[in-house]
Design a protein around this ligand. Structure first.
Ligand code: DP6
Length: 400
C-alpha cells in the first residue's frame, strides 16, 4: 500500500506578506518572515494514498469532500508533486510509477475553523509534505516550499520550523521565491505565543482578494515594498540571531501596524481589526511602557501581531506569559476555562491581575466572551512524518 501521513504547523508572520506580483504562481511583492508554531498544539494532519484502483484524484478537508478544480491551486500542487515523482522514476526505473496513479488525500485540522486561524498555511504545507513522503522525494524543505507556495503563499513558510523567511525572489519563473530557515526552534525556544481568539461574526475580505485590491490602489504599499520591508527583514533576522526580544518586538508590532495601514490605504478600505483588537494593542503598549521604564529593565516584554482578521497573536518570552494572560483576563473576562498546556496556573486556574504601575485606564473591562478563548503555544518544528497508525484515511481509502 502506498500511503503517507504527515502533520504540518501553523505559522504567524512578523513581517507580513501582502501583495502578489504574479497571482498564478503566487509570487509576492515583498519578502516576509514568520514564527512556526508548535504542532503539539496546532496542526493539520494529512494522509495521501496512491492506488491503481482509484478513479480520480480526490480530497477531503475535515471529512468533507472538496472539489479539485482543474486549474486551481490544489490541482497545481498535486500536479507539481507528481512531476517530481515522475522525475525520480525516470532516474530509478525500479521505483513504482506512482505519478500515474490517482491519489486520495484527507486532511484534518485539530483547531476549529471557527477559531478564525488561517488553516490554508498548515493545510497546504501538510499536503505538500505528505505527498513528498508518499513519493519518497529527496527534496529538501526549501524546494518543497516552491510548491506549497502555489497553494497559498504563506504555506511555504510552514515547511520549516523555527524562524522562517520567504524570500520574494526576482525571477519570473518563481524559482527563487522560496522559504529558508533563519534559525531553528532550538536556537530560541523561549519564544512563546498567546493567541487571543476575538469574536467575529462578520465574513471579512479574504486575503487573496484583499491583497490584490491593495496592490491596485494603495500608494503606501509601494513605499512599504521599496523602502520599509527590505531593512526590516535584515533587522528582524539580526534580532532573531541575537535573541534580542526587545528589537524583535519593536519590528513585529511596527510591521503589523503598517500592514493594517496599507489595508486602510486600499480603496475601498479594508478593516481587519475591530475594537477588541485595538484594545489589546492598547494593553500591550501599556505593558511595554512599564517594561521600558529603567527600573523595570528598559525592555519590551511582548509583541502583538494581527493577520487578516481580528485575532491577536502575542509573542513573548516564556517568563512573561503568565503575567500577560493574567492581564488579558483582567480586561477580557473569559467564559471558557483556559486550557493551560504549560501548567502555569495550577488547580485554582487563571487569576486576573495587573502588574504594579500599570495604568488600568488604557482599556475598559470588556464583557465576558469578547475574547472567546486563549491558546498558549510556542515556537516549534517543521512537518513531521507519522506512522501508519495515525492515518486519517481508512483501509478503504476514504476518510476515517
Ligand atoms: C495577512 O497566504 O492566505 O496572513 O497567497 O492568496 O493564499 P494567498 O494568501 P495568504 O495570505 C496571508 C496574509 C497574512 C500575512 C502573512 O501570513 O504573511
Amino acid at each position: 500500500m502506498f500511503t503517507a501521513t504527515t502533520t504540518a504547523p501553523v505559522n504567524i508572520a512578523c513581517i507580513k506578506y501582502w501583495g502578489k506580483r504574479d497571482t498564478k504562481l503566487i509570487l509576492p511583492t515583498n519578502s516576509s518572515l514568520s514564527v512556526t508554531l508548535d504542532q503539539d498544539h496546532l496542526r493539520s494532519t494529512t494522509t495521501s494514498r496512491a492506488d491503481l484502483t482509484f478513479t480520480k484524484d480526490r480530497l477531503w478537508l475535515n471529512g468533507v469532500e472538496e472539489e479539485i478544480k482543474p486549474v486551481g491551486r490544489m490541482a497545481t500542487c498535486i500536479a507539481e508533486m507528481k512531476r517530481l515523482r515522475k522525475e525520480l522514476v525516470e532516474k530509478d526505473s525500479s521505483a513504482p510509477p506512482l505519478s500515474t496513479y490517482f491519489v486520495h488525500i484527507a486532511s484534518f485540522n485539530n483547531f476549529p475553523t471557527a477559531a478564525g486561524l488561517a488553516s490554508s498555511a498548515s493545510g497546504f504545507a501538510a499536503l505538500t509534505a505528505s505527498l513528498a513522503a508518499l513519493y519518497e522525494l529527496p527534496s529538501p524543505p526549501t524546494e518543497l516550499s516552491l510548491i506549497a507556495r502555489q497553494g497559498s503563499g504563506s504555506a511555504c513558510r510552514s515547511l520549516l520550523g523555527g524562524f522562517v523567511a520567504w524570500n520574494a525572489g526576482t525571477l519570473d519563473s518563481g524559482l527563487d521565491s522560496h522559504a529558508v530557515q533563519i534559525a531553528p526552534e532550538t536556537h530560541w525556544p523561549d519564544i512563546h505565543a498567546l493567541i487571543c481568539v476575538v469574536s467575529d461574526t462578520k465574513k471579512g475580505t479574504s486575503s487573496t482578494s484583499g491583497m490584490q485590491r491593495t496592490v491596485e490602489t494603495s500608494p503606501l504599499l509601494q513605499h512599504r515594498i521599496k523602502h520599509v520591508v527590505p531593512q526590516r527583514m535584515q533587522d528582524i533576522s539580526a534580532a532573531i540571531l541575537a535573541k534580542d526580544f526587545d528589537r524583535f518586538a519593536e519590528i513585529t508590532m511596527a510591521d503589523s501596524n503598517q500592514f493594517h495601514a496599507v489595508c486602510l490605504d486600499t480603496s475601498p478600505p479594508i478593516f481587519y481589526m475591530n475594537d477588541v483588537s485595538r484594545a489589546i494593542i492598547a494593553v500591550i503598549e501599556e505593558y511595554n511602557r512599564v517594561g521600558l521604564l529603567p527600573e523595570n529593565g528598559g525592555k519590551r516584554k511582548a509583541a502583538y501581531t494581527y493577520d487578516a482578521g481580528p485575532n491577536a497573536v502575542i509573542y513573548a518570552p516564556a517568563a512573561h506569559i503568565k503575567e500577560i494572560i493574567s492581564m488579558i483576563v483582567h480586561f477580557f473576562p473569559q467564559q471558557e476555562t483556559f486550557n493551560d498546556p504549560f501548567g502555569l496556573f495550577g488547580a485554582a486556574g487563571v487569576t486576573a491581575t495587573l502588574a504594579p504601575s500599570f495604568n488600568a485606564n488604557v482599556a475598559k473591562i470588556w464583557e465576558a466572551g469578547s475574547v472567546k478563548s486563549l491558546i498558549h503555544t510556542k515556537v516549534g518544528d517543521g512537518p513531521r512524518r507519522l506512522g501508519q497508525e495515525h492515518s486519517v484515511l481508512g483501509d478503504d481509502g476514504f476518510p476515517k
